[in-house]
Design a protein around this ligand. Structure first.
Ligand SMILES: [Mn+2]
Length: 310
């Protein structure tokens, strides 16, 4: 694999194009960064197939967003994929994260809007670090079934069960939504640090808490990281740790729409899609979520915020 530099040109290297549209390479407005990585997952495996499955499914998603009345075809898309996906997937998490950080830093430098595609949730750290470097006041909204607050897991600080601990380590207190599983130590950490956790049992089917989230996000640039296990497994079974009692489609999309409407979203990702047999609905949901992110965070947001859409 060739080491990426900040000047690395995004371009399709074998991954299906987003929405089946032409890949605009270096001219893209929105870049999907594929991270086919699943080394540290402990239960259900297969997340290395997530980015390609999502992109493939996106070819069958309507480009007209029925809700915001925006046409995704008015933006130009590109994908970045590792030169050698097998080598990418076998490297230790520390080097994987460092590589992704360089890729994301280069894209941010060129003012690209980026959605990271996992891969397991540890891939988030690369994009987060690049965004944090650029936006010292970065806020993080995490949708997940799990707190991910362990300092290390299975011997690594970059295990997929540790991503929120990495946010804290870099001075960012994540807002976590959809949580319904944690260890005693993680629960104690939430209490000790007074972290803002929106448990699935408290927020499923509700929207009143959105106002509180907006107050916390205030005027800060926001990174939205979605572990797909935040959704209920009846909707999205194709994920490594399908915890019961999750969020439904409208729980998640209404929250993301509110955040796009009122905040400046500077990056997002979708992780932990682990395609397998009969996972078409999961793959399609993940692809549809990517289109909603583009609409809410950028396409519709440009007009909501009074900016001129391209
Ligand atoms: Mn999770």
């Amino acid at each position: 694999m060739t080491a990426p530099s900040s000047g690395d040109v995004p371009g399709s290297r074998g991954s299906p194009p987003f929405l089946g549209l032409p890949d605009h390479g270096d001219e893209a407005d929105v870049v999907l960064v594929c991270a086919p990585y699943d080394l540290t997952s402990t239960y259900g495996k297969g997340a290395e197939g997530g980015p390609d499955a999502l992109l493939r499914a996106s070819g069958y998603v309507e480009t007209w967003d029925e809700e915001t009345h925006t046409d995704l075809e008015t933006l130009a898309y590109g994908t970045w994929s590792p030169e050698d996906p097998t080598a990418f997937g076998q490297q230790p998490p520390e080097t994987m994260v460092a590589q992704l950080e360089a890729v994301h830093a280069g894209l941010l430098e060129r003012k690209r809007r980026v959605i990271g595609l996992g891969g397991e949730h540890s891939i988030t750290c690369g994009q987060f670090m690049a965004l944090r470097e650029r936006h010292p006041d970065l806020a993080v909204l995490q949708i997940d079934a799990h707190l991910d607050l362990r300092e290390t897991y299975a011997g690594s600080p970059h295990n997929h069960a540790c991503i929120a601990a990495r946010f804290l380590e870099h001075g960012v207190r994540p807002i976590q939504v959809g949580i319904r599983s944690c260890s005693r130590e993680e629960a104690e950490r939430v209490a000790a640090l007074d972290l803002k956790v929106y448990w699935a049992r408290d927020v499923a089917g509700r929207i009143a808490y959105h106002r509180e989230i907006l107050a916390t996000l205030a005027q800060r640039p926001v990174f939205v990281t979605v572990d797909l296990d935040g959704f209920d497994p009846s909707l999205l079974p194709a994920t490594g740790t399908p915890e019961p009692g999750g969020l439904d489609w409208f729980d998640v999309t209404r929250l993301l729409r509110t955040v796009g409407r009122h905040c400046r979203v500077v990056g997002a990702d979708i992780t932990e899609l682990a395609p397998g047999e009969a996972s078409r609905a999961s793959e399609f949901l993940a692809a549809r979520l990517a289109t909603k992110m583009v609409s809410y965070f950028w396409l519709a947001a440009d007009s909501w915020h009074g900016l001129r859409a391209r």
